[in-house]
Design a protein. Structure first.
Length: 132
């Protein structure tokens, strides 16, 4: 499965920092929100209940600021997996003109939802959430 999953968010007044644009931590929240939405929409129901995900690494390249009043499209798709590390790519765009505001690469580790320990995933989950 390599299709992108997208959500739309509105910039809220509390997202704006002292420089007058969306604070960097808000971009991170959007990256995590779209990843969670994609997982819940595309994963097998039994996997949603059994597996949680934790971040190993975030890399974010900021291109242009998001501003008060902007509608934001947050788009994610899966990348490669190696062992227990799953790559996810994300673009944050201004919804109206599709201008890329930021790009991110996140490495996720699946954990057992009950024990909190890293866990292997089924072949079906690996196939749905990895290009490798």
């Amino acid at each position: 499965m390599t299709t992108a999953h997208e959500i739309t968010v509105e910039v809220a007044p509390e997202d704006i920092d002292e420089l007058g644009h969306v604070n960097n931590i808000v971009y991170l929240r959007w990256i995590q929100d779209v990843a969670t939405a994609h997982w819940r929409a595309a994963a097998p129901p039994d996997a949603v209940d059994a597996i949680a995900w934790v971040v190993r690494r975030h890399e974010i390249d900021y291109r242009h600021p998001a501003l008060p009043g902007d509608r934001i499209a947050v788009r994610t798709w899966i990348g490669a997996a190696a062992g227990l590390t799953f790559e996810r790519l994300t673009e944050i765009l201004r919804a109206d003109d599709r201008r890329v505001l930021a790009e991110a690469r996140t490495l996720w580790i699946p954990i057992d939802a009950r024990s909190g320990r890293p866990t292997r995933v089924s072949e079906e989950v690996r196939r749905r959430f990895s290009t490798s």
